[in-house]
Design a protein around this ligand. Structure first.
Ligand code: CA
Length: 238
């Protein structure tokens, strides 16, 4: 049976979600504060965790960080409307998805199914025997305008200097570099950077672009990423 932990301090929401999930055939545990959430999440094996951000004792972001240190369980954040920074920070901290409150239960159920399925797909299948000498992987490097992105090493160099990017910033930059001179919509970037079934608001892409510009364009005085009004973003070269 699929086990879900619901972390929510608003008793009415928690109860409603519990009833709906139980009705769908999930086994549900619920806790109403951050400390219990960490304890319960780490001492049990859940298939998925629904995690409110504003919680007593320990907020949801901190709960997420502590769970992530030890477990790879899918986490869907429950966030307040328009809290874009929460969403960005949440995804960077390792959340799989988020849903904005108030939400329709059908939408929550759909997100849960997607997160569970994605996790199933990413579970490693039987590992092939390790060869005695592992072949050296070829380094796949994407480059433009003095920026080099090493896909395998997960490294970005600007004018030879390493630049620290978060996972999502790296993925957005990679998508743009892989598609030089092609204008990428926010939707397309969100799909490439956050997963094909990304259904959140695509304005988080604007936030990642802003971060990339401050870390690369502003710092090195180059114009890397261009905005195409009403369409999206592009790195032009040649
Ligand atoms: Ca709350």
């Amino acid at each position: 049976m699929t086990k879900i932990l619901v972390v929510e301090d608003e008793a009415k929401i928690a109860r409603f979600v519990e009833l709906e999930l139980t009705h769908e055939g999930y086994e549900v545990d619920k806790v109403d504060n951050g400390r219990d959430a960490v304890d319960v999440a780490l001492s049990n094996d859940y298939d998925l965790i629904l995690l409110d951000i504003l919680l007593p004792q320990l907020n949801g972001m901190e709960v997420l960080r502590r769970i992530r240190r030890e477990k790879d369980v899918p986490v869907i954040l429950l966030t307040a409307r328009d809290a874009v920074m929460d969403k960005v920070a949440g995804l960077d901290a390792g959340a799989d998805d988020y849903i904005t409150k108030p939400f329709a239960i059908e939408e929550l159920l759909a997100r849960i199914r997607v997160a569970l399925k994605r996790r199933e797909v990413s579970q490693p299948v039987a590992e092939p025997a390790t060869p005695a000498v592992a072949p050296q992987p070829a380094h796949h490097i994407l480059a433009a305008k003095g920026v080099q992105l090493d896909v395998e090493r997960h490294e970005v160099l600007v004018e030879g200097e390493p630049v620290e990017l978060t996972n999502r910033e790296f993925e957005v930059l990679k998508a743009l570099l892989e598609n030089l001179n092609i204008v990428m919509s926010r939707e397309r970037l969100a799909q490439l950077a956050c997963g094909y079934d990304f259904v959140g608001e695509t304005n988080i892409i604007d936030v990642y672009i802003r971060h990339l510009r401050s870390k690369i364009d502003d710092r090195y005085g180059i114009k890397l990423i261009s905005t195409v009004r009403g369409v999206g973003y592009v790195i032009r070269e040649g």
